[in-house]
Design a protein around this ligand. Structure first.
Ligand SMILES: [Mg+2]
Length: 236
């Protein structure tokens, strides 16, 4: 690859001599999972407003940028998070975050639909690899991908979801490596927000360039490998 950046990925796809493959994670990579957290927090504020009268106004003032990995991040930042509120909000969140109804409205990371389209048009197989589970999130995921203009249902696209909710994401992504190899192509690039998953892909596909979205990641994530390229979003 000429340059280890997004334009370099498109150039490498265009000059590939075998099937070029680009692997994209979804949550906090192509989609802003924080936008789902924002909706859940605002819905909770409406639902719990009797007990937390200041919450609706505070929640309504927030933007996606105020949200973090955990749904209660803006409340703890403001010193508004009590133990009772935290327990109730996290239970409300857990019932909604991993559902079709909520992931359907996710906002894309800036430039993500256009970049995925450009990769597809240049000839790449687009491989969406996500820890979302089939039985609860397949419908919302496909709806959001199509609605936001990501390539799907037109050939040379794969949407690989977790078979069960309970399966750990790390084990799932390690297993998916065999499927990606089975196409017999070359992985040009992978995109992740979790340093651990990015490193799984880096080790499995040393021919590619591996990108890490500087969005949010698990608080227990390892240090990213130094070869991994950091990007803020998908704008060229
Ligand atoms: Mg992710």
């Amino acid at each position: 690859m000429a340059t280890r950046d997004l334009q370099g990925v498109l150039d490498a796809i265009g000059s590939a001599t075998d099937l070029p493959i680009v692997v994209f994670d979804l949550d906090s990579t192509l989609f802003l999972a924080r936008s789902r957290n924002l909706r859940i927090l605002q819905d909770f504020a409406e639902y719990g407003c009797g007990r937390y009268p200041d919450l609706p106004e505070f929640a309504a003032s927030l933007t996606v940028a105020d949200l973090g990995y955990m749904v209660d991040h803006p409340l703890s930042q403001r010193g508004l998070l009590t133990d009772g509120l935290k327990t109730e909000l996290r239970a409300f969140w857990a019932e909604r975050f991993f559902t079709d109804d909520y992931c359907e409205h996710d906002q894309p990371t800036p430039g993500a639909p256009e970049f995925a389209q450009a990769c597809h048009e240049a000839g790449a197989l687009i491989y969406y690899l996500t820890g979302r589970h089939i039985s609860g999130m397949a419908l919302g995921t496909t709806t959001a991908l199509v609605k936001q203009g990501f390539p799907l249902f037109r050939g040379r696209t794969v949407l690989h979801l977790k078979p069960t909710f309970e399966m750990p994401d790390g084990a799932f992504k390690k297993q998916a490596v065999a499927d990606i190899h089975s196409y017999g192509g070359s992985v040009v690039a992978t995109f992740e927000n979790e340093p651990g998953h990015a490193d799984t892909l880096r080790q499995a596909f040393p021919e590619g360039v591996h990108f890490l979205l500087d969005t949010v990641h698990s608080p227990t994530a390892p240090e990213p490998h130094p070869e991994i390229v950091h990007i803020p979003d998908f704008r060229l």
